[in-house]
Design a protein around this ligand. Structure first.
Ligand code: NAG
Ligand code: NAG
Length: 377
């Protein structure tokens, strides 16, 4: 057996930093000082050094970093148990590219915001009213991809160029107290497709206490299971959405709870969209204690006819919506809006349970189809 000292000398000879290469689980009885080094707080003021040294620190403070244009603040592949703290104002240089501006992956990662911090996506430089449909190529904001058993808390985000948090292939991830304020993008309708939280292929996601002002979905679940959105406030956007579901590699949505939230000044309140001629399933979805006000298109909209981002008017049955519970979904829409619109294929919406659903102020739809029993449209 090679002694620890010999191994250490050998590694040093190879130019390898023992502190960052020693697996966490390996006992190292003769090197207490080195073990202590592993509990190091590193403060970085530039993105490149943070990216380079990220696996040598147990706590990483990202202090007032100006991320250079066309580069990602790369916090992927962090050591298990790393804490990352955003401090001061984080900004991003301008370039037409698809991003992301920030990316995280790892297990048991805690991402936090220090008091008074702002992550300023600097979106106005890209905003042209076209979002991801054209015009300037805009960077995605934050990839929370392959984060396991992790938390993101108290981040204060402003002005994302286009979509905000992309949660994909994540398991057991909790996002608490996230503020996203893209309301500057309301000016001349320049901000567009600024979804707050997009979720795909993820399990065990909880978003609580989000405060969102944006111009697209407050929440969009494209696929995933065991997802909770609670205590959220959504304003200016397109509402609390499931979908569109279908046409991707993962087209299953199940065990979703969206509760105790308000949607104001938005196009829609509650929305479920599935894709025309696609396959998949939406099951066991609950919207509970949702309050709507000043909704401009639909208070509640559920439709199985989407194609290329637009409704076709013709529903198909390949993505059934089953076990849909609405409990205490209440509020008002503007007079030009429609209270409730349901467009289902034949027998592709079933086992719905609605109670205390009351949407008022707008028009009654005359175009609803195949509405399940016990539900009125
Ligand atoms: C339905 O989803 C909820 C989460 O919203 C979960 O607690 C419950 O167990 C699910 N029910 C079934 C039958 O899977
Ligand atoms: C209603 O919401 C729209 C955005 O959909 C907004 O422009 C308008 O100012 C809001 N009205 C009130 C009274 O807040």
């Amino acid at each position: 057996m090679v002694s620890f000292t010999t191994l250490y000398t050998l590694l040093l000879g190879l130019g390898v930093n023992l502190v960052s290469t020693l697996p966490a689980a390996q006992p190292a009885p003769t090197a207490p000082a080195k073990l202590k080094d592993r509990a190091t707080t590193c403060t970085f003021t530039n993105a490149a050094s943070a990216g380079k040294s990220k696996t040598s620190c147990s706590t990483i403070v990202l202090s007032s970093i100006a991320v250079p244009s066309g580069t990602t603040l790369d916090m992927t592949g962090l050591n298990k148990g790393t804490t990352v703290i955003f401090e001061g104002t984080t900004t991003f240089g301008y370039k037409e590219w698809s991003g992301p501006l920030i990316s995280f992956s790892g297990t048991s990662i805690a991402i936090k915001g220090a008091s008074g911090h702002v992550i300023d996506g600097s979106g106005a430089a890209w905003w042209d009213g076209e979002g991801s449909n054209g015009g300037k190529t805009k960077p995605k904001f934050f990839y929370a991809h392959s984060l396991k058993s992790s938390t993101i808390s108290n981040l204060n985000v402003k002005n994302t160029p286009v979509q905000g948090f992309s949660i994909n292939s994540a398991t057991d991830l909790t996002l608490t107290g996230i503020t996203i304020d893209n309301s500057d993008g309301d000016t001349d309708s320049l901000g567009h497709n600024t979804d707050a939280f997009d979720i795909g292929s993820s399990t065990g996601i909880t978003i609580s206490g989000a405060n969102v002002k944006n111009q697209d979905d407050c929440l969009a679940i494209n696929s995933g299971t065991d997802i909770t959105f609670t205590g959220g406030t959504c304003s200016g956007g397109h509402g609390l959405s499931v979908g569109s579901v279908g046409g991707r590699s993962d087209n299953t949505v199940s065990n979703i709870l969206i509760e105790s939230s308000t949607v104001t000044n938005s196009q829609n309140g509650v929305r479920i969209k599935t894709v025309y001629d696609a396959t998949g399933s939406v099951s066991n979805v609950t919207y509970k204690d949702i309050t709507l006000s000043n909704i401009s298109k639909y208070g509640i909209v559920i439709e199985q006819d989407y194609e290329n981002g637009s409704p076709t008017g013709t529903p198909t049955t390949g993505v059934p919506i089953t076990d849909l519970t609405l409990s205490s979904v209440k509020g008002s829409v503007s007079s030009s809006a429609t209270d409730i619109y349901i467009l289902c294929g034949e027998d592709s919406c079933s086992d719905w349970s609605w109670s205390s659903v009351s949407v008022t102020g707008g028009k009654t739809s005359s175009a609803c189809e195949n509405v399940p029993s016990g539900v009125s449209c």
